[in-house]
Design a protein around this ligand. Structure first.
Ligand code: FE2
Length: 333
């Protein structure tokens, strides 16, 4: 049995969710709108939820601590603060936070513009459950976190979380923009990959997170993944992406769902850098790009001598399950 071929016989889902698409709802806290980008059951094999929170200037949001679910937060736009277990820290655009089980988190918009934050929850959570919300006379959906919901979903206060034993808590990762290991990439995907969460950076091994920056005119060639799913948020610039040959223009804030063996490429379609924030489930891609790239130090410029040869495609295929038609990864230029 050829297990490579066998692994390529299963196909995951695919989809593009544009920045203004998704079910919108409000919370009891004033000045906050939420938009569901990925709800449970939307796409087979995607076992987390994604919501974008928009906080008006001055607004704050208590996301509680979850006993049963890990959460990741990514600052898409604006400038704010995050309060982790009661400790205030800056939350500028591009900040990444992994809030493991038992850690309390709150957000505040301390800037003059709206603060947009993506929230991804791996486990039970009410925040993408439109079926638990109520609709008012104007047709607006509201999510009220009742005591029953708190109990069902294991949501606890900062004081309750503080009393929990540390041994039972998940990983807490807080990375400002440019923090974490980063790797230059060769042409045609000239730019760099920042690894925010990987089995080699944290004690989390069931998903990974990377951010890939492509310089203007650059792109990632078409490929698939025979062992994992990817979930992109275009986090800077303007991208062009295709899923099984169907191309879409993807402005900042677009979500791209890439299931197992869905052939895809993405490229910078603008005049400035384009970036994606990618969740890889299970991890793999971030390790591949670390191995085929070159460690990027502070204040360095892009090195034009990273080898891209037959070894690159072989590593990507043999070790990380990339599906690359016609050996596209090994072509130069
Ligand atoms: Fe990919």
């Amino acid at each position: 049995m050829n297990i490579d071929l066998a692994m390529e016989q299963y196909f995951g889902p695919k989809g593009v969710v544009l920045p203004d698409q998704g079910t919108t709802y409000r919370l009891a806290e004033p000045g906050i709108t939420a938009q569901i980008k990925l709800a449970p059951g939307d796409y087979t094999h995607f076992k987390f939820t994604a919501v974008r929170y928009d906080l008006e200037p001055g607004a704050s949001l208590d996301l509680a601590a979850s006993l049963y679910a890990g959460r990741m937060l990514y600052g898409l736009e604006g400038d704010g603060e995050i309060v982790l277990n009661g400790r205030r820290r800056p939350f500028p655009e591009g900040t990444f936070v992994h809030v493991g089980e038992g850690h309390h988190v709150a957000l505040a918009n301390t800037g003059a513009a709206p603060l947009q934050v993506f929230s991804f929850v791996f486990g039970p959570s009410p925040e993408a459950r439109a079926d638990l919300m109520t609709r008012d006379l104007d047709g607006q959906l509201w999510l009220e976190i009742t005591d029953t919901l708190r109990k069902v979903f294991g949501l606890v206060s900062r004081e309750q979380a503080a009393a929990l034993p540390d041994a039972g808590k998940g990983e807490l990762v807080y990375l400002l923009p440019n923090e974490g290991p980063s790797y230059w990439q060769a042409k045609p995907s000239a730019g760099f990959v920042e690894v925010k969460l990987a089995p080699f950076t944290s004690n989390v091994h069931h998903y990974g997170v990377l951010m890939q920056t492509l310089f203007p005119g650059c792109g990632v060639r078409e490929h698939g993944h025979n062992q994992l799913s990817e979930f992109f948020v275009i986090s800077k610039g303007l991208a062009r992406a295709a899923l099984d040959g169907q191309e879409a223009l993807c402005p900042k804030g677009t979500v791209i769902v890439i299931g197992r063996n869905v052939m895809h490429y993405w490229a910078n379609a603008g005049e400035t850098d384009a970036q994606n924030f990618a969740i890889v489930d299970p991890p793999g891609v971030e390790g591949a790009l670390a191995i085929t790239g070159r460690l990027r130090g502070p204040n360095e410029t892009w090195p034009d001598d990273i080898p891209r040869n037959a070894e690159t495609g072989k590593i990507l295929h043999d070790r990380f399950g990339f599906v690359i038609r016609g050996n596209a990864a090994d072509r130069t230029g």
